[in-house]
Design a protein. Structure first.
Length: 375
């Protein structure tokens, strides 16, 4: 029987936990063609939520079409255009009326078109002579989509990546094009909170105050408990309340790590899951990742490694310049602590979450954090 605890993307409503408030808000925005910015920590489930949203739109608003692209691996405007064009082709197969028109438009760009041998998905290579041609192509693609009779929702994941493009005008260019679209709704998603906040809340930037915000936090304990119990019991497995409580505490209710632990427990095949079975799976996961964690050790300076261990042993730290924290872990001065925290946040190894009480720092990888607690 297929493992019901999905750790990649999205499969169905039945295997998706909660997020009802966020889903309803995003549905309302899509129906009313209101652009939005979705921000969360990495692996908190934002991609799954987008695909859950697209699934729901098929039911309640089948006239709305959807496009999803992840630009995390993109390096410049060329890659952005390529990913947008490929995602559009994937959403509108050639046999559909929009797909036929899309292929005519794509062919007008004189691309090299091929298809992946494994997935069968289209792959494009477009040659440009000048920067102006790239901008003209991007504008043309947006105009094509905007000219369709049906409204279209476009979700761009890891949107902060455009800040690394060599084209300094990318934000202004996109904002100029997007604000002229009447039939397109955009969802800008990102996991680097400070960059996403600067793009959309800095009054000096082109996208300032252009979207509504949706943020993802941890799923509440009650719905997550019910979700885990249901998926096990529907497949003739029993799980104790103590076991579920430990799962949610150990994974800190972080979506990916909760799903991964439950996935491992289910894969182990036992029909009756108790606390010992859960702890066994926890150890399995840490042992499986140990070689990766040791690679992190090679990537970091001694001080950075020790600082990461200090945060892990505390689980989370709000006052990284507090004398008690500095002395307990022999970190040094407040400025040293801030510098180390900034460097580890930049590497994606630390989270810096803003709260009403200040910034809270924690190790991004929950399993790594537990593994470091033992050092």
């Amino acid at each position: 029987m297929d493992n019901p605890f999905i750790i990649k993307s999205y499969e169905s409503k039945d295997l998706f936990c909660d997020r009802e408030k966020e889903l309803q808000l995003m549905l309302r925005n899509c129906v009313n063609q209101s652009d939005m910015t979705l921000i969360s920590q990495r692996r908190m489930g934002k991609t799954g939520l987008i695909l859950r949203l697209f699934d729901e739109l098929k039911t309640i608003s089948p006239d709305i079409h959807t496009i999803y692209l992840d630009i995390f691996a993109s390096r410049n405007i060329d890659d952005f255009i390529k990913l947008l064009a490929e995602a559009t082709m994937k959403s509108f197969p050639v046999k559909t009326s929009i797909g036929e028109r899309l292929m005519k438009f794509i062919k007008s760009l004189r691309p090299q078109l091929s298809f992946d041998n494994i997935t069968g998905e289209p792959q494009l290579q477009i040659a440009y002579q000048t920067a102006h041609e790239k901008e003209y192509t991007l504008r043309g693609l947006f105009d094509f989509l905007d000219s369709q009779e049906a409204p279209i929702v476009i979700a761009i994941d890891e949107f902060q990546q455009i800040r690394d493009y060599p084209e300094q005008n990318m934000e202004a260019l996109l904002r100029t094009y997007i604000q002229q679209m009447h039939n397109l709704t955009f969802i800008f998603c990102g996991s680097k909170k400070h960059l996403m906040a600067d793009i959309f809340t800095n009054e000096k930037k082109p996208f300032y105050a252009s979207t509504s915000f949706v943020s993802l936090s941890k799923i509440d304990e009650a719905p997550y408990t019910a979700f885990i119990r249901r998926l096990f019991e529907e497949r003739q497995r029993s799980i104790t309340s103590e076991a579920i409580q430990f799962i949610l505490t150990w994974t800190r209710r972080h979506t990916y790590y909760t799903q991964q632990l439950c996935h491992t427990i289910y894969a182990n095949g036992n029909q009756n899951i108790d606390l010992e079975e859960v702890k066994l799976a926890c150890n399995q996961l840490m042992q499986q990742s140990e070689s990766v964690y040791l690679q992190y050790r090679q990537m970091l300076t001694d001080k950075q490694w020790d600082y990461l261990i200090a945060i892990a042993k505390e689980e989370s730290v709000q006052q990284i310049t507090a004398s008690a924290f500095l002395k307990r872990h022999k970190i040094g001065t407040p400025s040293v602590s801030r510098r180390l925290a900034d460097a580890l946040c930049e590497k994606g190894l630390l989270n810096d979450d803003s709260t009403l009480d200040g910034t809270v720092y924690s190790v991004s990888d929950v399993f790594l954090s537990h593994w470091m607690e033992r050092l």
